[in-house]
Design a binder for this molecule. Structure first.
Ligand code: TXA
Ligand code: MG
Length: 346
């Protein structure tokens, strides 16, 4: 389809499928979501089953811009309304006290709910068509639990296949932002202030400019968020991150040892088994990151080596995702250098 022209028939069919309790994958500006009717516990349970996700992880409820917040959340602070006014539709999720009618399946048994209005024409059209715009679509990222989030419809098809688990995949082209929404917890405002549960395209500073308070880093009692597990967003191939100078040395050493490296970089680098050069800006890098991890995962390499991005604030979301993708790969470079490569004499 032409991504500029909304396919109204496909959107109507997707809305009817959601209303009937089926799973529908749809594009958002961050990543693709795997959606179900948030008020249908069996449909929400089907998301967990499809993803292989633990039952106690809450899912975000996606709303049309006109949907009444009070139907979904209780005790809504004025800061939440201010942030929704400033950033919705957009890549910001608000954690609020949940209203009584939110099924346990959506909140993972917690007393809060995550709400977001996405800024993608296909997502907005779907949310407006579903239950006449008054429904909520529960949707985690449309990937298996712990895997890299999808930023193309093809990524979703690769992840779930044609077995009918996912009734429809709406194609809205490449997700523009490329990493998941910023999550701010406002459910414990009186005692903890605003808390940044997951960094993203909308920065803590941009949030502070609206509510006059800088969100703090999560404490031990902060609500659980699966995207905040140490290991997440991980391809099958091990991932390591190194700064530019170290990475040049490592590339030479691994090549000499007969190891295959798939390289994701943004400055000039020597050749590798496979390589993708990403834009050297936080937004450009984030936009391309997940597709790059998927592509490099398919290169039959021993290792995906990523040039560590700068540490400045604007790169926080990208650094957060890369750190989780690389989690558990400590010592991997050392291990590859100190054991023999297949087909190479020891
Ligand atoms: O950009 C996004 O947020 C994408 C698109 C599809 O909207 N969705 C997404 O969903 O990233 P998911 O499930 O992959 O990540 C949502 C995160 C999880 O870490 C989940 O635990 C957290 O939001 N979350 C949802 N509801 C919550 C709640 N009530 N309290 C704390 N964390 C919550
Ligand atoms: Mg996810």
């Amino acid at each position: 389809m032409d991504h500029q022209d909304l396919d109204q028939a496909a959107i109507a069919a997707a809305a009817r499928a959601l209303e009937a309790g089926a799973l529908v994958a749809f594009p958002t500006e961050t990543v693709y979501g795997l959606g179900a009717d948030a008020e249908n516990p069996a449909a929400v349970a089907a998301i967990y089953a499809a993803k292989g996700r633990p039952q106690d992880h809450p899912v975000i409820v996606h709303l049309a811009p006109e949907a009444p917040l009070d139907y979904w959340a209780a005790d809504i602070p004025q800061q939440a309304r201010a942030l929704a006014d400033a950033f919705w539709p957009g890549p910001l999720t608000l954690i609020l006290k949940r209203a009584a009618n939110i099924p346990d399946a959506v909140s993972g048994g917690q007393d809060t709910v995550g709400l977001r209005c996405p800024a993608h024409p296909v997502a907005l059209a779907l949310l407006r068509a579903f239950k006449g715009g008054r429904g909520g679509v529960a949707a985690p990222s449309a990937n298996k639990f712990g895997a890299v989030s999808p930023t193309l419809a093809q990524h979703v098809r690769d992840e779930f296949g044609p077995d009918g688990t996912v009734a429809m995949v709406l194609d809205g082209g490449a997700s523009q932002v490329g990493i998941e929404s910023t999550i701010v917890d406002l459910s414990r405002l009186a005692t903890h202030g605003p808390v940044l549960l997951r960094p993203g395209h909308i920065s803590a500073e941009a949030i502070a400019a609206v509510i006059d308070q800088l969100p703090s880093a999560p404490d031990a009692a902060a609500p659980r968020a699966s995207g905040t597990l140490d290991s997440h967003y991980a391809p099958h191939t091990p991932v390591a991150m190194q700064d530019s100078a170290q990475l040049r040395l490592t590339l030479a050493e691994l090549a000499a040892a007969g190891r295959k490296v798939a390289l994701i970089h943004y400055s000039a680098m020597p050749p590798a088994h496979a390589a993708l050069c990403l834009p050297a800006t936080p937004d450009g890098f984030a936009h391309a990151l997940y597709a790059a991890l998927r592509a490099m995962d398919g290169q039959g390499a021993d290792l995906i080596l990523v040039e560590a991005p700068p540490q400045e604030g604007a790169w926080l979301g990208v650094n957060d995702r890369l750190r989780r993708a690389a989690h558990g790969s400590t010592g991997i470079v050392h291990g590859l250098l100190n054991s023999s490569a297949p087909g190479k004499p020891a």
